[in-house]
Design a protein around this ligand. Structure first.
Ligand SMILES: [Zn+2]
Length: 156
């Protein structure tokens, strides 16, 4: 996840992400969010919900790792977890199953074919954007600006 989004989450939910400064032996949160920015909103909403039902203190839930499951979905480890917090995390994981990890488009699916998106949940557009150009052919470039259509349909 980019620095901007990472900082926003850390600043908005300082207590939930208090392990961000912990040594790596005790928490992996110092690594930041190990996923792409398409899931920022899911993580933000999840954090907001957990924060809302948590009281401050050392026994409050703390997120210690944000990464991906083997099936490509969002993985979140929480210390001091409670059943309602576990529910919120499960819902975020379920949401991530159909949300592009790169651009947040839905529906998106787990990609298993060789390429940069393998093992990630990605939409068709992100997939084709990353696909290498066919051999021997340079990608087509549009040199002229597109002409306006002769008939303009006015939507009412
Ligand atoms: Zn996408």
């Amino acid at each position: 996840m980019n620095t901007n989004n990472t900082q926003t989450l850390f600043v908005k939910f300082p207590h939930l992400y208090r392990e961000r400064t912990a040594p790596l032996e005790s928490s992996k949160m110092a690594w930041g969010f190990q996923c792409e920015d398409g899931w920022y909103k899911i993580i933000y909403e999840m954090s907001k919900k957990i924060d809302k039902i948590s009281t401050e203190g050392e026994h409050a839930p703390a997120i210690s790792l944000v990464s991906r499951h083997k099936d490509g979905t969002l993985y979140v480890a929480v210390s001091n977890i409670t059943p309602p917090v576990a529910d919120i995390v499960t819902r975020a994981t379920e949401q991530s199953r159909l949300t592009c990890e790169f651009c947040a488009y839905t529906p998106a699916f787990l990609r298993t074919t060789k390429g940069p998106h393998k093992g990630h949940i990605a939409c068709g557009r992100c997939l084709s954007k990353a696909a290498p150009a066919p051999k021997g052919k340079a990608p087509k470039r549009r040199t002229k600006p597109r002409r306006a259509p002769d008939t303009i349909v006015v939507k009412r």
